[in-house]
Design a protein around this ligand. Structure first.
Ligand code: ADP
Length: 325
């Protein structure tokens, strides 16, 4: 029997820990006696045939690096069947009959489409947004959260030295997870997330009340996807500065949050999920997402998670408000 051949790609937004996942796919695949191929630049490279063999040494010294050494890309055209057919043909031309897709919601939607076309595909849950259903936590979230916290802690130092309010906008697309967790762990006075919109005047009252109670600083954490995002809040507070009597300084963390070196949690999560992905392919199970549930690896059919949004635990927003007293 000929050697089994599988490929791995990273797609969508890069996340710290993707390299650890690629490494684990390659090395667990090789340990099973398979040949493993790396696809450059996500679905874009799949369609363009950028597919090369990866040996154990090719993935040396990447475990600790952020980003993805295979590259990632966004290819809106992958929604079209003929485009996907070109990608599938590129795999079958090389005798590849298994694919591991490391990425977030959009990437797993693409993975499901490939799976429905007959390719054995498994997904590995990876996005700093933590918005994927089927897993409690995704690769990259913990590192991104720590980067946001480092920025928040520094801003508190300077905020305490002046009568200034600071607003930090964190990533997360339409999901408030990063903002809420950063707000709780960073001791924010107010958290603004898409799941529970807050009017600018309510935030102003919270900040003024914080000063009245004798707090030396006031800090707001805003999710980029909130209706009142950093730009809108900054405009409001600038307009009302005279009446409110304080300045609001805005820091948008943006892509800084993505670029960190993965911490222990993300390296371990990535390694476990990616190893589970090759085990899954070996068992002949596919069309599934590898996720973590109550500390254990859980695989969920892609058609049950695609198009879903994992709900945020809003009891934590209540807790944040209590703790900000
Ligand atoms: P993420 O995977 O981080 O959520 P995106 O939403 O940008 O990132 O999706 C990454 C890529 O997945 C897209 O550029 C596209 O190539 C592919 N993709 C997204 N949605 C679909 C879809 N409905 N069908 C097929 N492919 C899709």
């Amino acid at each position: 029997m000929s050697t089994r051949k599988i490929a791995v790609l990273t797609s969508g937004g890069d996340a710290p820990g993707m390299n650890a996942a690629i490494r684990a796919v390659v090395r667990t695949g090789i340990a099973k006696g398979w040949e493993v191929f790396g696809v450059r630049n996500g679905y874009s490279g799949l369609v363009e045939g950028q597919i090369d063999p990866l040996g154990a040494r090719d993935v040396g010294n990447i475990l600790q690096r952020g980003g993805t050494f295979l590259g990632s890309a966004r290819l809106p055209g992958f929604k079209d069947e003929p485009v996907r057919a070109t990608g599938l043909a590129n795999l079958s031309d090389r005798g590849i009959d298994g694919l591991v897709v490391i990425g977030g919601n959009g990437s797993q939607t693409g993975a499901l489409a490939l799976s429905r076309a007959g390719l054995p595909v498994v997904g590995v849950a990876s996005t700093i947004d933590n918005d994927l259903a089927g897993t409690e936590i995704t690769i990259g979230v913990d590192t991104a959260l720590n980067i946001a916290l480092e920025a928040i802690d520094r801003l508190r130092v300077t905020a305490s030295s002046h009568k200034r309010a600071f607003l930090v906008e964190v990533m997360g697309r339409n999901c408030g997870y990063l903002a809420l967790m950063a707000g709780i762990a960073g001791g924010a006075d107010s958290v603004v997330i898409p799941e529970a919109d807050t009017e600018p005047e309510v935030i102003a009252q919270i900040l003024q009340a914080a000063w009245t109670r004798g707090k030396p600083h006031a800090l707001v954490v805003v999710a980029e996807g909130a209706r009142h995002n950093a730009v809108k809040l900054a405009q409001h507070f600038e307009r009302e500065k005279g009446r409110l009597g304080f300045d609001l300084r805005v820091t948008t963390l943006g892509h800084v949050q993505r670029g960190g070196e993965p911490g222990a949690f993300d390296r371990l999560l990535a390694t476990r999920l990616a190893a589970a992905a090759t085990d899954c392919l070996e068992r002949g199970e596919h069309g599934r997402l590898m996720g973590l549930w109550q500390g254990q690896i859980r695989t969920t059919p892609l058609d049950e998670i695609v198009g879903q949004t994992k709900p945020l635990d809003l009891s934590l927003l209540k807790l944040q408000k209590v703790l900000a007293q």
